[in-house]
Design a protein around this ligand. Structure first.
Ligand code: NAD
Length: 530
């Protein structure tokens, strides 16, 4: 099959299979063959061969295949949502709204926009000396893109990155998370069904060792989405091989609630923004800074809404919060809560495991009385915990929001949109939403990318597409038979003319510039040249 590549013999101590688990029950729901790490050079080589033919195909053909992909995704949407829910634990509605919608929309978006976005772009020249040139930028594919993805949006993230890579003329080797191999296999299967050529989109299965082997097989660029710890390792390996990378890492997103905000709407957003996907979104709301005058009312609303949330298996239609992905993640959240409590934080709601529901269930939890000495306010939590802090004013809220090594996304809530925009421009963050949160991740035109520990580069949008091409500047001189003024044949006459040219270009005042024009022209019409 085109999508999995594993022909070499495996070593005795190697992982040969990955188990897919339902995080709600802990049951094994699938087994997938692991790719031996030593196969990666051959797999990347095959991708390289496929890419050459693919890049030679007209862009309109590549766009036509994206439209087919969009149609296949749409036709299989129910199955995709079910696999995402079973393997990641999120409610089926969230699988539909996030993973499935983003995948379909991305395919359609780039099919429509790639011809415009990848069209060569004219470069006008302002300098008199080069007016006879016409020039443009061409966007060429890198070759093979290695994509390493996490488990939390196991369909939307890889598809959202593969689509722009292939439309730009690249081949892709995808290494999905070892926690969601079923989703990874499904991604490969769907590209195959849509008719993408053999070896153009290959999926390799395995853990960190397979991800590391992918980087070491030296594709032409790595798009990595995952934790800061792994991102640093990937960046180091890329640096060793001089491979460029995009790093989409963790976040500690702040929400600022001003006193004039619609508190009912803002509290619903806070609860959804913190507990969707059980808090396991890179752009989850993890910290709220609310102006003191409305803090009590806002917090009460959040508590009441949190307590109404229905926990359960993601396939139950009315489930709002599913399980966390693994028990080890639950333990991490408990550890942060222990630290916060020891330093004076108060848990207003939740805070307990729900072993009665399954091994990875944890109650949506609201905490106040927090400060930045706590791990809960510094480290990414990546679980269903929302910390609320009352602040004196917007200035303090901005200062605290910016007091983080992360800088992925943030939101501001106010009825005064002008003030909201002003605060947005003061936040150290890759994206800021005013009166909404998280949803920009599903907007095809919105670039996604962080600052500081949240990573570098972009995915999605025009900027994400530009990460997947190399820019070439092409320059055609219309005066093919005219030697250039600055070539050899240096003498006193050229020296004087060069000075006149600088006067004509840069002297203060038009009169002085015009006066030098004649002398400057001598740089063009000169006799002796080599
Ligand atoms: P992770 O870092 O544990 O793993 C991510 C991927 O890297 C997996 O496929 C893993 O197998 C692979 N990997 C592990 N070691 C590797 C190595 N040495 N070399 C190459 N690849 C290696 O992250 P995770 O637990 O899967 O995902 C959760 C994290 O991802 C959170 O921190 C979350 O914030 C972040 N995330 C970020 C974004 C974003 O767009 N910024 C989106 C989703 C998730």
């Amino acid at each position: 099959m085109q999508t999995t590549a594993q022909d070499a013999p495996t070593k005795a101590n190697q992982v040969t299979h990955l188990e897919s688990l339902d995080p709600a029950t802990g049951e094994v729901i699938g087994r997938f063959e692991a790719t031996p790490p030593e196969n990666l050079p051959l797999i990347v080589e095959r991708a390289r061969e496929a890419q050459k033919k693919w890049a030679a195909r007209p862009l309109r053909e590549r766009c036509a295949l994206l439209r087919r992909l969009r149609d296949v995704l749409f036709a299989r949407r129910a199955e995709i949502a079910e696999v995402v829910t079973r393997e990641s634990g999120k409610p089926r509605i969230e699988a539909l709204f996030s993973d499935v919608t983003v995948a379909i929309d991305t395919a359609g978006h780039y099919a429509r926009c790639a011809p415009r976005l990848l069209r060569p772009e004219r470069v006008p020249h302002h300098n008199l000396a080069v007016k006879a040139k016409s020039a443009w930028l061409e966007y060429e594919p890198y070759g093979v893109i290695g994509i390493i993805s996490p488990w939390n949006y196991p369909f939307a993230i890889p598809v959202g990155e593969i689509v722009p890579a292939v439309v730009a003329g690249n081949a892709v080797v995808l290494k999905p998370s070892e926690l969601t191999p079923w989703c990874g296999a499904l991604v490969g299967e769907i590209f195959e069904q849509a008719g993408f050529p053999r070896d153009l989109v290959q999926v390799v299965q395995g853990g960190g060792e397979v991800g590391a082997a992918l980087v070491d097989a030296r594709p032409d660029k790595i798009i990595f989405t995952g934790s800061v710890v792994t991102g640093r390792r990937v960046a180091e390996a890329c640096a060793r091989h001089l491979i460029p990378s995009v790093l989409e890492l963790g976040g500690k997103d702040a929400m600022i609630v001003l006193a004039d905000a619609d508190l009912d709407v803002a509290s619903s957003a806070a609860v959804w923004g913190s507990f969707t996907n059980c808090g396991q979104a890179c752009v989850s709301v993890e910290r709220i800074y609310v102006e003191r005058g409305v803090a009590e009312k806002f917090t009460d609303l959040c508590v009441a809404k949190t307590q109404r949330l229905k926990l359960g298996h993601g396939l139950d239609a009315d489930t709002e919060v599913g399980p966390m992905i693994r028990e080890s993640q639950v333990a991490r959240v408990e550890e942060q809560l222990r630290d916060a409590r020891a330093r004076g934080a108060r848990v207003l709601s939740g805070g307990q495991r729900r072993a009665d529901l399954g091994p990875c269930f944890f109650e949506p939890t609201l905490v106040t009385g927090v400060d930045h000495s706590m791990r809960l306010m510094q480290e990414e939590t990546f679980g269903p915990v929302l910390a609320i802090s009352a602040v004196e004013n917007a200035g303090e809220a901005v200062r605290l929001a910016n007091d983080s090594e992360f800088g992925l996304a943030a939101s501001v809530w106010t009825r005064d949109t002008r003030r909201g925009k002003g605060i947005a421009s003061r936040l150290k963050s890759g994206a800021v939403m005013v009166n909404d949160a998280l949803s920009y991740f599903g907007i095809c035109e919105a670039p996604h990318g962080g600052r500081g520990a949240s990573g570098w580069g972009h995915t999605h949008s025009r900027l994400g597409l530009m990460e997947l091409v190399q820019v070439k500047y092409v320059d055609v001189d219309r005066l093919a038979r005219w030697p250039k003024s600055w070539w050899f044949g240096y003498d006193q006459e050229l020296s004087v003319a060069a000075d006149a040219f600088l006067e004509a270009m840069f002297a203060p005042g038009w009169r002085r510039r015009l006066a030098s024009l004649r002398g400057a022209l001598k740089t063009v019409f000169r006799g002796h040249r080599i």
